[in-house]
Ligand binder design. Structure first.
Ligand code: ADP
Length: 264
């Protein structure tokens, strides 16, 4: 079956032969990564396997040494990036960082000059649907540096969706969020995916969450060493290929009735 038939709806991401060397390390050694439109997919791999580097390439922040990136069928260029939302791994904010949540979110509206200085009701009206969707209305006057991990996560998702992206990239989105927060985060993303009909790429270590929410999984270790349905990639051989012989999946309990599968 040809790729075109297989991806009848088209591809959101098409990466071919991507190579990146950082310092002395060839971090990406020829990555081929194809993501059909409208799916939630997961990118997994051990620490240092190049997940963040691949996302940085997709966001135009890292220039590859070789290879090609196409988004929505077009060669990567700055104009295309307006169609991409990104939620970073973490945002290190100094306690003295003075922006309120409203001011932070309004930065996303910068393309309409003057928004930032409008009265609150004008800014809030422009963001209303997103603010309500992510329950951040009551956080608007709070300093962004004073939010909890879970609250900050919701604000970052709201920020990334204000531009109505067609593709959402989430880098290890639950790092630093406790388990109940993590659980609702993935449910939130599933809801976002359903409502906005986005393509979502989740980078995560938590395989059980990934397998519950993603329809396709890609295991990276310098190259994409296996891809397929969660069940296919979950097979011991595939994981061994991705994570190496020193690493095995293990189960442990976070709370009663809550099994999580992680990899080290
Ligand atoms: P992951 O997100 O899978 O943990 P990264 O893409 O962050 O992996 O990093 C891949 C590898 O690249 C790591 O070994 C990391 O140490 C290395 N690396 C990242 N940034 C740099 C840099 N600026 N210079 C040299 N090596 C780097």
């Amino acid at each position: 079956m040809s790729n075109i038939q297989f991806h009848a709806g088209g591809l959101a991401i098409e990466v071919r032969g991507l190579k990146v060397t950082l310092g002395d390390t060839q971090v990406l050694r020829g990555v081929d990564f194809h993501v059909p439109k409208g799916r939630i997919v997961a990118l997994i791999g051990p620490n240092g396997s190049g997940k963040t580097t691949l996302l940085r390439c997709l966001l135009g922040l890292q220039t590859p040494g070789a290879g090609e990136i196409r988004l929505f069928g077009e060669k990567l260029c700055p104009a295309l990036l307006r169609r991409v939302g990104y939620v970073p791994q973490r945002l290190s904010l100094d306690r003295s960082f003075v922006l309120s949540v409203r001011e932070f979110l309004a930065l996303k509206l910068r393309e309409t000059r003057g928004w930032f200085w409008q009265p609150h009701r004008v800014t809030d009206a422009a963001m209303k649907a997103t603010l309500e969707e992510f329950d951040v209305v009551r956080l608007l006057d709070r300093p962004i540096a004073g939010l909890s991990g879970g609250q900050l996560q919701r604000v970052l998702i709201a920020f990334s969706l204000l531009g109505n992206p067609e593709l959402l990239l989430l880098d290890e989105p639950t790092a630093g969020v406790d388990t109940p927060g993590e659980h609702s985060f993935y449910e939130l993303i599933t809801e976002v995916h359903r409502r906005h009909r986005l393509t979502v790429v989740l980078v995560s270590h938590d395989l059980s969450m990934v397998f519950r929410h993603a329809s396709r999984v890609y295991a990276l270790n310098g190259v994409i060493c296996c891809e397929g349905t969660p069940e296919e990639v979950m097979s011991a051989d595939s994981l061994k290929q991705a994570y190496g012989i020193h690493v095995t999946p293990y189960h442990h309990d976070h709370s009663p009735g809550h099994q999580h599968l992680h990899v080290q």
